[in-house]
Ligand binder design. Structure first.
Ligand SMILES: [Zn+2]
Length: 468
C-alpha cells in the first residue's frame, strides 16, 4: 500500500500496513446525539469518509465503525427538559444526524454502534480493568481508572503526567477520586437518572470507556486507524488507549488521525461557545449540500479551516466548473480521430491525484491536479481537437475519480417532469424562432435553479450550484 499517514501518537508519517493484509479497520468517534451536529463535527466525519472512499478506490476492503454516544449528562438533561426518555431523544437526533450525513454524501459507516446497546461489552471491559488493578470503586458506586497504574498515560497528547488535568473542572460526582486525574469508567446510579443493573452494580457507563468497548467489539483488540477531531486527543483518546491497552495488554491502535478545528469568524467552532453552524439550517437557507461538502473536504485535514460565505461561494464556483465541463462533455459531438495525447493526460492526472492522496490525504493537491485537467479539457473542447469518444473517456474518468471525492452531480440526474417540460418547451420555442418565449422560459428555469445554454451541440441544461 502506497498510502502514508501521519500518526498523532508517534508523530511519524508511515505507510499504512493493515494488520490483516487487504483489509483496513477504522474507528471514528461519532456524535453525541443530544442536538444537531454542527459542521465542525462533520469536517471530522468527512475526512474519515475521504479516507474510507480512497482506500476502497484503491481496492482495499474497509470496515468503518462510527459510534453514536446515546447516553451522557447532556442527553439525560435534554430528555428530562423535553419530558421524554433518553431513547426517544437519542432516536430523534440520530435520525437527524443520518439525514445530515446523507445530504453531505458521507459514506454510511458499516457499523454505527450505540453505547446503550453495548452495556455488556462495557461492563466486561471495566471488570477486566478492576481485576487487573487498574480501576477502583468509590462510595457512590462509581468506578474510576487509576492513571497511576498506567505509566504510558499522556503519550498521545505529549503531556507531562504530573501536569495532567490541571484546571479541569472536577465534577461533583467525582469528588471521591483518589487522584484528580483519574477518570470515570462507571457512574454510580443517582435518583432520576437512567441506570443499568449489572455485575458492577447499578449505574451507567462513562463516556471514554464506550469507545474502547465498542471499537474492540467490532474491530478486535488491535485495529488499524482511529480518527477524531483534535479536541478528542485529550482526554478522550488518551483515556481510550489507557483503558484498552491496560485491559488487553495489546497495542490498541496502529495509526491515530486527528482533524484540525473548523473556525468561523476567526473562532473555533464549538457548541460550548455557541459559535456553530448546523447542516440542516444551512441547507434550509439554500446552501448547496455539494458546496458544503466541498468546503469541508477541500483543505488538508490537519490544517485549520475557516468556514465563511466566501469559502462557500468559492466551492460553488469550483463545482460549477466541474459541472459545466461534465455537461459539455456529455453533449459534445465531433467526428474525428481520437486524440492520441489524451491517454497520457488522463494517466498523468490519475497518478498526480493518487500521489497527492497517498501523501497523508493531501486533498488540496489532488484537487489542483484535477483542475489542471479541467483547464486542459476545456482547451481541447474549445479547439474541437477531441472526438466524441474522447469526450466520453474524459467524462468517465471524472466519474471514476469522483468515487473518492463524491462531489459531482448524481449520474442519472434527470430533471423533475415539470422542469423537463419547460426545457422542452424552450427547445420548441427556439425551433419556431420565438426568441421572446425562449428567453422567458430561460429566465423561468434559472429562477428554479436550472441554467440552460445554447451550444453548437444544441440546448443543454445544468443545475445551478451557486449559493443564494
Ligand atoms: Zn470516542
Amino acid at each position: 500500500m502506497s498510502l502514508r499517514l501521519r500518526d498523532t501518537l508517534s508523530g511519524e508519517v508511515r505507510p499504512l500496513e493493515p494488520l490483516e493484509p487487504g483489509h483496513v479497520r477504522i474507528y471514528s468517534c461519532g456524535p453525541t446525539v443530544y442536538g444537531p451536529t454542527h459542521i465542525g463535527n462533520f469536517r471530522s466525519f468527512l475526512f474519515a469518509d475521504l479516507l474510507v472512499r480512497y482506500l476502497r478506490y484503491r481496492g482495499l476492503r474497509v470496515t468503518w465503525v462510527m459510534n453514536l454516544t446515546d447516553i451522557d449528562d447532556k442527553i439525560i438533561r435534554g430528555a428530562s427538559a423535553a419530558g421524554e426518555s433518553i431513547e426517544e431523544l437519542a432516536n430523534r437526533w440520530i435520525a437527524r444526524f443520518l439525514a445530515d450525513a446523507d445530504a453531505l454524501r458521507m459514506t454510511p459507516p458499516d457499523v454505527l454502534p450505540r453505547a446503550t446497546r453495548h452495556i455488556d461489552d462495557i461492563v466486561g471491559l471495566i471488570s477486566t480493568l478492576e481485576s487487573k488493578g487498574h480501576a477502583y470503586r468509590t462510595d457512590d458506586g462509581s468506578i474510576f481508572f487509576r492513571i497511576d497504574s498506567w505509566p504510558a498515560y499522556g503519550r498521545l497528547a505529549r503531556l507531562d503526567p504530573d501536569q495532567l488535568r490541571v484546571g479541569e473542572r472536577v465534577e461533583a460526582d467525582e469528588y471521591g477520586k483518589d487522584d484528580v486525574r483519574d477518570f470515570a469508567l462507571w457512574k454510580g446510579s443517582k435518583p432520576g437518572e437512567p441506570s443499568w443493573s449489572t455485575e458492577l452494580g447499578e449505574g451507567r457507563p462513562g463516556w471514554h470507556v464506550e469507545c474502547s468497548a465498542m471499537s474492540m467489539r467490532h474491530l478486535g483488540p488491535s485495529f488499524d486507524i482511529h480518527t477524531g477531531g483534535v479536541d478528542l486527543v485529550f482526554p478522550h483518546h488518551e483515556d481510550e488507549i489507557a483503558q484498552s491497552e491496560a485491559a488487553t495488554g495489546l497495542p490498541f491502535v496502529r495509526t491515530w488521525l486527528h482533524c484540525a478545528h473548523l473556525r468561523m469568524g476567526g473562532e473555533k467552532m464549538a457548541k460550548s461557545t455557541g459559535n456553530i453552524a448546523r447542516v440542516a439550517e444551512l441547507l434550509e437557507a439554500g446552501v448547496s449540500p455539494r458546496a458544503l461538502r466541498y468546503v469541508l473536504l477541500a483543505v488538508h485535514y490537519r490544517q485549520g479551516l475557516d468556514y465563511s460565505e466566501t469559502a462557500l461561494d468559492a466551492a460553488g464556483a469550483a463545482l460549477e466548473r466541474l459541472d459545466t465541463l461534465l455537461t459539455t462533455l456529455e453533449g459534445y459531438g465531433e467526428t474525428r480521430d481520437d486524440d492520441p495525447t489524451l491517454s497520457e493526460l488522463l494517466d498523468r492526472t490519475r497518478s498526480d491525484v493518487e500521489a497527492a492522496l497517498d501523501d497523508d490525504l493531501n486533498v488540496s493537491a489532488a484537487l489542483a491536479a484535477l483542475f489542471d485537467l479541467v483547464r486542459d479539457a476545456n482547451r481541447r473542447i474549445a479547439a474541437r481537437s477531441i472526438s466524441t469518444s474522447d469526450a466520453g473517456r474524459i467524462a468517465a474518468f471524472l466519474r471514476d475519480l469522483d468515487r473518492v471525492l463524491g462531489v459531482l452531480p448524481a449520474e442519472a440526474d434527470a430533471l423533475e417532469p415539470e422542469l423537463a417540460a419547460l426545457v422542452e418547451a424552450r427547445a420548441a420555442a427556439r425551433a419556431a424562432r420565438d426568441w421572446a418565449r425562449s428567453d422567458q422560459l430561460r429566465d423561468e428555469l434559472a429562477a428554479r435553479g436550472v441554467a440552460v445554454e445554447d451550444t453548437r451541440d444544441g440546448q443543454r441544461w445544468r443545475r445551478l450550484e451557486s449559493v443564494g
